[in-house]
Design a protein around this ligand. Structure first.
Ligand code: C2E
Ligand code: MG
Ligand code: MG
Ligand code: MG
Length: 278
């Protein structure tokens, strides 16, 4: 397994990548190679019910064990993959791996396995026949549809999503859960609520981070929570870093929480160990 990169290299090389189109291609070609070369990894972060701390799901988050640069986080390579149309391929790999992992974990741990897995879907993927991919992967892996939760990006604009509407409906009817990610971070997610039936929403971590110091952030968290409950959605708070934040969220009636205070994203083996230790 690749070592953690000494940050300078990563920042320099990918900083250049972000700024100069000439270098973009080199790194982006590597994204494709990363899939072919088995360099992508998933880490899993628990999502718990605040009331009793039981694990309700885990979110799959992608990492890249770059042979030269070490472990790269998504903000270093997803923008490039997005620009070059490689997100559907990446999303497909993540989906297949995450579903297979949950099946494996369930065979090993039984009831101690997480009830479901959350998988992020990118905006570009929503313009492809992703419903076919999802249903294929569920059939291939044998994961029951209601154990999969798709996280829909706030960057997806309504016209794109309108094209994807029927496909999302089809998946929902098959039993797949739909969740709006990063609620409040973009201007479009609110509008999705009027046309798309979803199961849950995740409040963006920016508001959680500020809610104890900034009354405005607290108001936004409260409003989004009330909005979610008004629409009978399960509300999850992201980026919970302290016990005090968790308490404040519980007081607002937020059901689910995710963040470093509860658990860091970890490889499958570490997750399995955590789930089986008392
Ligand atoms: P996201 O879907 O909103 O995921 C939550 C991000 O917050 C993750 O960052 C997670 O590691 C981080 N996080 C969790 N708890 C805390 C906390 O307490 N404090 C702070 N400061 N951060 C916390 P990560 O893994 O770097 O992913 C960043 C974004 O990249 C994700 O945001 C998602 O939009 C995208 N992404 C990650 N994995 C995938 C993937 O497999 N497919 C797609 N399409 N997008 C992905
Ligand atoms: Mg997410
Ligand atoms: Mg999020
Ligand atoms: Mg985010």
């Amino acid at each position: 397994r690749a070592k953690q990169a000494g940050g300078d290299d990563v920042v320099t090389v990918l900083g250049v990548d972000a700024g100069l189109p000439g270098d973009v291609e080199q790194v982006d070609r590597s994204v494709r190679q990363a899939i072919a070369g088995d360099e992508l990894r998933l880490v899993y972060q628990p999502i718990v019910r605040i009331q009793d701390r039981s694990v309700v799901s885990v979110e799959a988050l992608v990492r890249w064990e770059h042979p030269r640069l070490g472990r790269l986080s998504p903000d270093r390579f997803l923008p490039g993959a997005e620009r070059t149309g490689q997100m559907p391929a990446l999303d497909r790999w993540v989906l297949r791996t995450a579903c297979a992992d949950l099946v494996t974990l369930t065979q090993r741990l039984g009831d101690a396995a997480p009830p479901s897995v959350n998988v992020n879907v990118s905006t570009r993927t929503l313009t492809t026949p992703f419903d076919e991919t999802v249903l294929d992967v569920l059939a291939e892996t044998g994961l029951p549809p209601d154990r999969l939760r798709l996280e829909l990006p706030e960057t997806a604009d309504l016209t794109l999503l309108a094209g994807a509407h029927a496909r999302l409906e089809r998946l929902r009817e098959a039993g797949v859960h739909l969740t709006l990610d990063d609620m409040g971070a973009g201007s479009t997610t609110l509008r999705h609520l009027s046309t798309l039936t979803v199961h849950g929403m995740k409040i963006d971590q920016v508001f959680v981070a500020g809610m104890l110091d900034n009354p405005r952030d607290h108001t936004v968290v409260k409003l989004l929570t009330d909005l979610g409950h008004g629409l009978q959605l399960r509300v999850t708070a992201e980026g919970v870093e302290t016990a005090a934040q968790l308490e404040a969220l519980a007081a607002l009636g937020v059901e689910h929480a995710q963040g470093w205070h509860i658990g860091r994203p970890a490889p499958l083996e570490d997750l399995a160990a955590t789930l089986t230790s008392p």
